[in-house]
Design a protein around this ligand. Structure first.
Ligand SMILES: [Zn+2]
Length: 398
């Protein structure tokens, strides 16, 4: 009986899988061609796609928004650039919207965007032509988005709707960094930060939920992009008692390795922490979010007293976190550092950011790719969380 049930479930899975996949246009190839007067980007698809294409400055990039696509191309087939395109990234940007980002060498003008129907056995094609312009010309007129006549589905807000507290369990929000079109750091073996941190977050949730003491919410539970503000908003909606953002760093020196813990500060503790915050704060830019009109100045919120209290609590948790990590894994020297991380900027939620290791280091890359190390890291976080809330309980009693 059990075998039959298993087969039926398996078949149902296949049917659902098949119908799910066929609902989305499939990308069957991408190419970049360097011509004397332009760089041409071509995408092969099983259907004519709706599109919106626009360019953004600093760093210069061209963004293509498309309906959610089935993208099964092997990484070798598309990650490399050509012509003015340095690199190419792809991912889910919001529910129903896939995004391709072309990182370009310098300012470009989108000369034209068009589709070609299937001819001579070739598939549907989407063509984007780019030409170089001066920085001055670009900034004076960045050009408007070029859209297909066929409308794209409206951009769905990807803000997850989180229920507030419903019982007296402690609420923890775990934030796996990056996701979707933003891969984060790329390891020496090719592993991506966004995948590593999601797996650690899922393992951590499993360990924390096992005790029944905590309600655990992940800002993302799949490979999707969220802005830094959306991640903080999850913590606010959930009424989080603690917010933990998970990352894995990369360094020019391949020798640097070990975990480290960061909390928010207006003034960075050192140049390394400050550079790190700058890299992590770029996540929105990398995904092609237009930040115009958004002010996310860290210094502007550090004045109020709630924030001071929150910062003290964050520092307390960070100290415990460092101790628990040190017992189990290799950590950086002076490992509690601080800097202006935008994702940690919540008025009343104690927040820390953990860099689990360096993907630029061969040993760390190998360790973080292994379930055993991810389990050990999750154990360290769980132990620190237990200690922190026990300490809080004693405070409340005294
Ligand atoms: Zn990161």
């Amino acid at each position: 009986m059990r075998t039959l049930a298993t087969i039926l479930i398996f078949l149902a899975g296949v049917v659902i899988g098949a119908s799910g996949a066929s609902a989305q246009p499939k990308v069957t190839g991408v190419r970049i061609g360097a011509h004397p007067d332009k760089t041409r980007f071509v995408m092969d698809l099983t259907e004519e796609p709706a599109y919106r294409v626009f360019a953004l400055p600093d760093p210069f990039r061209v963004v293509l928004d498309l309906p959610e696509l089935d993208w099964q191309l092997p990484a070798e087939a598309w990650r490399k650039g050509g012509g003015m395109v340095k690199a190419l990234r792809f991912g889910l940007f919001a529910p129903g919207t896939s995004r391709v980002v072309l990182d370009v060498e310098g300012p470009v003008r989108i000369k034209s965007v068009f589709t070609i129907g299937p001819t001579d056995g070739r598939p549907h094609r989407l063509v984007v032509d780019l030409a170089p312009v001066s920085r001055q010309a670009f900034l004076a007129d960045p050009g408007r988005a070029i859209q297909s006549a066929k409308a794209l589905p409206a951009l769905q807000p990807s803000q997850p709707q989180i229920e507030g507290k419903t019982d007296d369990r402690i609420t923890l929000v775990i934030d796996p960094g990056h996701g979707g079109v933003d891969p984060g750091a790329i390891g020496v073996s090719g592993v991506r930060e966004k995948d590593i941190v999601l797996r650690v977050a899922q393992e951590l949730r499993r360990q924390l939920e096992a005790k029944g003491r905590y309600r655990v919410i992940l800002t993302r539970d799949k490979d999707v992009f969220l802005t830094l503000a959306q991640r903080r908003e999850v913590a606010r909606q959930a009424g989080a008692d603690l917010f933990i953002s998970l990352h894995a760093d990369s360094n020019r020196s391949r020798k640097v390795r070990g975990a480290s813990v960061y909390t928010l500060s207006e003034n960075a503790s050192d140049a390394v922490a400050s550079e790190l915050a700058e890299r992590e704060n770029k996540a929105d830019l990398i995904a092609g979010v237009d930040l115009e009109g958004q002010t996310d100045d860290v210094s502007s919120i550090l004045l109020d007293l709630t924030q001071r209290e929150t910062m003290n609590l964050s520092a307390k948790f960070a100290t415990m976190m460092v101790e628990e990590l040190s017992k189990r894994v290799k950590v950086l020297a002076n490992t509690h550092r601080f800097a202006g991380f935008v994702v940690l900027k919540a008025h009343d939620v104690p927040s820390v950011l953990i860099e689990l290791g360096f993907l630029s280091n061969r040993a760390d890359d190998r360790l973080l790719s292994a379930p055993r190390q991810r389990k050990r890291l999750a154990e360290a976080v769980r132990a620190a969380v237990d200690r922190y809330f026990s300490w809080q309980a004693t405070l409340r009693r005294s």
